[in-house]
Design a protein around this ligand. Structure first.
Ligand code: NAP
Ligand code: ZN
Ligand code: ZN
Length: 348
């Protein structure tokens, strides 16, 4: 029997989120039913709610930074038991057979992975996310939350954490690497902590110096304001890796000017509009402009374990479900310190 659970859904691109109920599928042989405790609010939830990336299939329950407790397991489940502390990120399934899935890069599945919301699940129904009381997920896409991490501050790791961890690892952030993080929001504040723990030299590039003390406390070695015209010439050609977490369009050429020879600008933000760039700087300094999408299941577990080992977690502001619209507005206004997390007990 499917279970009915309470949730908050977006019903149009402009209206507020509203209370609703959704059906969660019966727990299949390989499934885990999770009672959701917390769910982070990612800027991608806002892009999707407002149909900024193309048409959205309403009503939609957003949320892909889920933590909670296992409430039921299917008979074939081997890795989890009732009572386990678990998480679910942006992925809930993939083909599992393509070359990318086999090597643990389910986020690049050749068939297209099943997203936690806004996809069609294997049961043919639209997937619905974590702004809800419970979710049913195949065990292969469920993460274990280490005991050292509380469930509320762990929730944002499931998207913001892995989205910055994966490129930091891929482009070898570590001792000797000069890393800049553009935007001190949800992704950015995780990038600063993780890059610093990996041993890189970290600079925050924020619109102003308003959050400078926070940036330094999170582990940054330096902090500069992109709103100050002197910043770009002063930092020219001085980074090996720049992670751009800004949700809006940027002046790509200005950020490329910050890269040393062989440096890489990784776009993590997904603005609604196409970006343009002058190819001269790529040629003259053999630099790369690229992007990166979340991370696979295995790497997400590695990131969670890394955070537990290094005492890293999200800085959060806990809200009730009734405050999601207000939280959306504050995220858009860059007034987030540094992730909103919904306490799903407030859905009851
Ligand atoms: P967020 O919390 O809103 O952080 C973005 C930060 O960018 C802001 O806090 C602000 O920092 C800066 N910013 C915002 N608007 C700006 C503007 N107009 N000009 C300059 N700086 C601006 O968002 P998030 O949740 O971290 O997500 C960031 C982006 O990454 C979104 O587009 C999201 O959809 C995308 N995302 C991508 C992936 C992926 O897999 N690649 C995963 C998750 C999210 P300052 O005030 O410090 O400047
Ligand atoms: Zn996200
Ligand atoms: Zn695949």
């Amino acid at each position: 029997m499917p279970t009915t659970v309470k949730a908050y859904a977006a019903t149009s691109a402009t209206g507020p989120l509203t209370p609703t109920t959704i059906e969660r599928r019966d727990v299949g042989p390989h499934d885990v039913r999770i009672d959701i405790a917390y769910c982070g609010v990612c800027h991608s939830d806002i892009h999707t709610a407002r149909a900024e990336w193309g048409p959205t299939n309403y009503p939609i329950v957003l949320g892909h930074e889920i933590t909670g407790i296992v409430a039921e397991v299917g008979p074939e489940v081997t890795r989890f038991g009732v009572g386990d502390r678990v998480g679910v990120g942006c992925l809930v399934d993939s083909c599992r057979t393509c070359a990318y899935c086999r090597r643990g890069d389910e986020q690049y599945c050749a068939e297209g992975y099943v997203e936690t919301y806004s996809s069609t699940g294997r049961d043919g129904l639209p997937t619905q996310g974590g702004f809800s009381q419970a979710v049913v997920v195949t065990e292969d896409f469920v993460l274990r939350i280490p005991d050292a991490l509380a469930l509320d501050v762990a929730a944002p790791l499931l998207c913001a954490g892995i989205t910055v961890y994966s490129p930091l690892r891929h482009w070898n952030a570590g001792p000797g690497a000069r890393v800049a993080v553009v935007g001190l929001g949800g992704l950015g504040h995780m990038a600063v902590q993780l890059a610093s723990a990996m041993g890189a030299e970290v600079t925050v590039l924020s619109q102003s110096l308003a959050k400078r003390d926070d940036g330094l406390r999170l582990g940054a070695d330096a902090y500069a304001a992109t709103g100050d015209p002197a910043t770009f010439p002063a930092l020219a050609a001085s980074f090996d890796l720049v992670l751009n977490t800004v949700s809006a369009s940027i002046d790509v050429d200005a950020y490329l000017s910050l890269l040393a020879v062989d440096g890489t600008l990784v776009n993590l933000g997904i603005p609604a509009e196409p970006q343009s760039l002058d190819l001269t700087s790529l040629v003259m300094r053999r630099i790369s402009y690229t992007g990166s999408n979340i991370g696979g299941v295995r790497e997400t577990q590695e990131m969670l374990d890394f955070c537990a080992e290094h005492g890293i977690a999200a800085q959060i502001e806990t809200i009730g479900a009734q405050q999601i619209d207000q939280a959306f507005e504050r995220v858009i206004a860059s007034d987030v310190r540094y992730r909103f997390v919904i306490d799903t007990a407030t859905l009851a």
